[in-house]
Ligand binder design. Sequence first.
Ligand code: ATP
Ligand code: MG
Length: 419
Amino acid sequence: MINIPKGTKDVLPDKSYKWQFVEKAACETAEIFNIKEIRTPVFEHTELFQRGVGETTDVVNKEMYTFEDKGGRSITLKPEGTAGAVRMFVENGLSSTPMPLKSYYITPCFRYERPQAGRLREFHQFGVEIFGAKSAETDAEVIFAASTFLEKLGINKTELQINSIGCRICRAEYNKALKDYFRPRLADMCETCRSRFDKNPLRMLDCKEERCKKITADAPKILDYLCEDCNTHFEKVKSLLSAQNVAFSVNSRIVRGLDYYTKTVFEFISTDIGAQGAVCAGGRYDNLVEELGGAPLPAIGFAAGIERLMLLMENTGADFGENKKPLIYIAGMDEISRSKAFSLTCGLRARGINAESDLMERSVKAQFKYADKLGAEYVAVIGANELEAGAANIKKMSDGSQTAVNFNEIYSYLIKEKN
Ligand code: ATP
Ligand code: MG
């Protein structure tokens, strides 16, 4: 017996409707916001993520599934969706299409992490990326798309936290201040933080170690260092959110786990699923398109972790819609009746009805039992008498009432009953 790899999960047939519910909410959200689907490969050249996600991030340093393929290339399973989306955008010359370009994806992601509730090695993201627009309205729109999605899932207890981490100009100033603050305290910080000090001190604010958290609590705040352009932008984003009555708080400690972010960053956080509270996160990345070989172009996006959202929905008793059941099960008493039941079932399906009949050569009693397990709303039994009469008794399972219906009128009977 070979088991499933650690940190991965099967979706069993009685649970897949929950996935479809979440994916449908994602697609419906995208449709309202006129965002088009994109699909990029599950694997890319390793260098894409090294350059795109950033060499100082945990994702690139510790978590990537990287291997050499038979042609000697270094390949990585995508740990997130943005880098691939940007590569697609640049490679296909999409900057010459009308801007903005609004895209979304639902994709598996792979990260070698310590599995726990809400943290897997293969997980799935619904992500949105908008290219070409630098206005504050774009930031607000991306946040609205995320909150619309959460609303559709019946998730209304998350907290939206936002921050601005500035642009190249203000970040340089801020990095200096951060270094001045951390330098005398460096000896008390973890090894990872010490290694980040030179390359990317901002990343130190993201450290999860207690001793480092204590030190970073009093570190200078990026918001005090924003340049005029970044400050105006951030103020405008906040006022656009307020104008639409979207509640948020400013959390100057949000820096996000990936290196490419600029200006607005945000997270939707839940307290109902324990430590892994971020269900949806994103931000602006105005330098990434250029860093990945395109002409400079602003962009912004978010990604929501589907497993984490489903965990949250389960914990809060949210509604996943219903697992579809057969409208009718047609049982057969003997060989000839079973054939008739089968052909009636085929006829109903051809007209769009979810109908079932026996494939297991079961006794009539066992067919009934199975129909009950399936939750069929109506059950008909066909035997010699029914064949002769050309009609079947259709039993409505919810109240036990029975109606004789001609074989060729079963469809219209069911349609009438349903309305
Ligand atoms: P965290 O701080 O929880 O590790 P992150 O900053 O690494 O999150 P992102 O890279 O921003 O996460 O990914 C976006 C979303 O994807 C997260 O908010 C989360 O919902 C989900 N996610 C990230 N890593 C995992 C994982 N290993 N398993 C399940 N979901 C994940
Ligand atoms: Mg992470």
